[in-house]
Design a protein around this ligand. Structure first.
Ligand code: AMP
Ligand code: MG
Length: 413
């Protein structure tokens, strides 16, 4: 194992060569899941004016200070203020204005009495026009049922940091602040190549010795879920010419990253590496992990290139360990932003070969403790082991015997 590269060292070497993509301006309404490239500071107060938080009557609290159900205080109603309209008159002593939720509080008023605490029957009779007088049944505290200006956000407040992946509530906040456009990191364009004479595209009949090309679609899904733009090319045959043609097609897509699966190993028909080296530079690394030992990384005309193993589980694990942080770093997020992790004790004794192993496990809660069980065969070609998995149990380098009950980290899927 002397010449196997440590996983963390390999990842560090890769990330040293990856730059964040430039920013672009987009409509805020299209910003979901995009990565902010600017810090957002509020340029206004929210709410922008003091408003009522209830349907009722805006009053001067001191007028209603003595109000009680047995001894109501009667006020003169001077106007009706629906949401979206500004009051025409200030509220004077012994006056009230009917007001709806979200309407601006009129000058002079400093509290809102909910309609239920008055003799107004609008809830029953529809209340097209306000009554001339209203009886208040309850005392008000100053500021009661009033949303003060800037209660939510004050002018100048820092709201979102650069690097934030925008969620629906973030979009809502930007729009509330009146931001029609935002600066975000450009989405990485990732071309997916797959090679193999055995591969058939889904929907086509399978001849003898053939299998369906599943990796392309798995990679497309993984890239899309990380916010990238995945561009899948048709499968290349295992010939120099076909792989050359495919790589030219890949470069024509102006990608930020090229990810290929299969054909980078040391088999006689593994021609991808040869072709990539004609136009760029590849290093084939034997990395100290299982599954996924052979990993190619390099550049083709300045574009980073990953050659992942062809076995479906190896392709997924190496994507998670190496390509995922690469895409995060490209899109302006901390590459270190760890995937969801937990810890679990192993439910059965396990063996490992001393490489860092990513075992596919199901997690069960047993008496408040998370226990990990293997999802059947752990062959690097057994995609069902991923389908059934809740997580990848990480057995560290050098640990060959894992007794039942050992606590280990789990990458939650
Ligand atoms: P290779 O890296 O070309 O030696 O391929 C290793 C294994 O992965 C072989 O069993 C291939 O048939 C399988 N494989 C390669 N590419 C794909 C793919 N796109 N989808 C599913 N399996 C694949
Ligand atoms: Mg092959």
């Amino acid at each position: 194992m002397a010449n196997l590269l440590n996983v963390d060292d390999a990842l560090r070497a890769i990330l040293d060569r990856i730059q964040a993509l430039p920013a672009e301006t987009i409509p805020t309404t299209q910003g979901l899941k995009r990565v902010l490239a600017e810090a957002i500071t509020a340029e206004t107060d929210l709410p922008p004016f003091a408003s009522s938080s209830m349907d009722g009557y805006a009053v001067r609290y001191s007028d209603a200070a003595a109000a009680h159900a047995d001894q109501p205080v009667q006020l003169t109603v001077i106007e009706d203020i629906p949401a979206g309209r500004v009051a025409a008159y200030p509220v004077g002593p012994m006056q009230a204005a009917r007001i709806m939720t979200g309407a601006p509080l009129p000058d002079g008023a400093d509290a809102v009495i909910p309609v239920e605490e008055t003799d107004d029957e609008w809830l029953a009779d529809g209340g097209a026009a306000p009554p001339e007088k209203v009886s208040i049944y309850r005392a008000a505290r100053p500021g009661e049922n009033v949303r003060p200006i800037g209660e939510d956000v004050h002018h100048g407040q820092m709201i979102l940091q650069a690097g934030t992946v925008l969620r629906p509530q973030d979009i809502g906040m930007l729009i509330s602040l009146g931001r029609a456009e935002i600066l975000v990191i450009r989405q990485p364009r990732v071309v997916i190549l797959s090679t193999g004479d055995e591969l058939v595209d889904v929907g086509e009949p399978l001849g003898p010795g053939k299998i369906y090309n599943s990796n392309s679609y798995v990679l497309e899904g993984l890239i899309t879920m990380l916010g990238g733009i995945a561009i899948r090319l048709p499968t290349a045959r295992d010939t120099l010419d076909d792989v050359r043609r495919c790589l030219a097609e890949a470069l024509a897509q102006q990608p930020d990253l090229i990810v290929s699966s299969a054909g980078v190993s040391v088999g006689v028909h593994d021609v991808v590496r040869t072709v990539v080296e004609e136009l760029g530079h590849v290093e084939l690394w034997r990395v100290n992990l299982r599954p996924g030992k052979p990993l190619a990384f390099g550049q083709v005309q300045q574009i980073p290139f990953f050659g992942l193993p062809g076995n479906p589980v190896s392709a997924m694990v190496t994507f998670d360990v190496f390509v995922r942080p690469t895409l995060l770093q490209m899109s302006g997020q901390p590459a270190k932003s760890t995937p969801p992790m937990t810890a679990a004790v192993v439910g059965e004794a396990l063996r490992s070969d001393g490489r860092r192993s990513y075992l596919r496990v199901k997690l069960r809660d047993e008496n408040g403790q998370l226990v990990a069980y293997l999802t059947g065969t752990q062959s690097s070609g057994a995609l069902l082991s991923m389908v059934l998995a809740d997580g990848l149990l990480i057995v560290p380098e050098g640990m060959t015997h894992v007794p039942a009950g050992t606590k280990l980290p789990v990458r939650v899927l």
